[in-house]
Design a protein around this ligand. Sequence first.
Ligand code: SF4
Length: 355
Amino acid sequence: MNTKTVLEKASVQKRLSFDEAVALFAYADLLELGEVSDAVRRQKHPEEIVTFLIDRNINYTNICRNQCSFCAFYRPKGHPEAYVLSGEEIEKKIEETVQLSGTQVMLQGGINPDLTIEYYTKMFSGIKDKFNIRIHSLSPPEIVYIAESSGITLEETLKALVNAGLDSLPGGGAEVLVDRVRQKISPKKISSSQWLEVMEEAHRLNLRTTATMMFGTVETVGERILHLQKIRDLQDRTGGFMSFIPWTFQPGNTPLGGKPVSSLEYLRTLAISRLFLDNFSNVQGSWVTQGKDIGQLCLSFGANDLGSIMIEENVVRAAGISHRITVEEMVDLMKKAGKIPAQRDTEFNILRVYE
Ligand code: SF4
């Protein structure tokens, strides 16, 4: 297959097939991929505005029964470092977030068998009573667990959480949506079809979500494309995904171990994602796993967003990677990439443009 022909097709936003995307992975020139993915980003975002948001990731518990081999964050129940945050601790963190102009909290935790739906609804309604902040929280594995442990349907679970204050759902826990991969790295976690089912149900209830891909463990390139194909198909049906966020496995302190994928492979995957996901408006680069320099390069490889200035982040940090960035640094980084920086909210509404 001639990759130049495939890139020409992608450059006018014609839909790529599975085989064409695999060919781009195998043979396309990285700089040409960057050029075409940047051109496609510009077609979707012609004003050259690229975005970030200010939020805090609050991990309300690190107790998890799933014990995924790629995870350095969880602790088994009874472990000296195991914790569940109290309502007061969570509210204190949110208060700090609001003071730092944060617009969103992302509450995510392990699959803790002691927590019931009442814990979550009480937490969310307590937050909404006190703060004007967006709750972009819980991922499909947590939603499935809450539904199962409470003996209610996914629809009932999502409705109860929305009534308590849930605004949107992050796409964590997707890793690679192929069960061969999941059986190897997270056999106790929900299946790929369950992840997609939660997202479809959320979209049906007008709850918008993001989609993610955590790659670089045991998957093949074809399995990465299969993942993209599954979320593209769902987006065709619902239009409920706000953005796509790829990041890489961080092997430090994990049972799975191994080497992280290179930054060049990250950029290649990012660019191909932008081209393949023709029905996604927003693609986010991961400065949190790649660092600020590669984060900046992401803006020339298809990304129009760099996600959050994370006031707190614990999951990647547990794997020994700790990149930090201030609003000033983010703005400077975006300007030096030749773009116009803007702070956004969860749904990509622009709050402030830094000309
Ligand atoms: S990735 Fe999530 S589900 Fe898996 S062990 Fe870590 S906290 Fe638990």
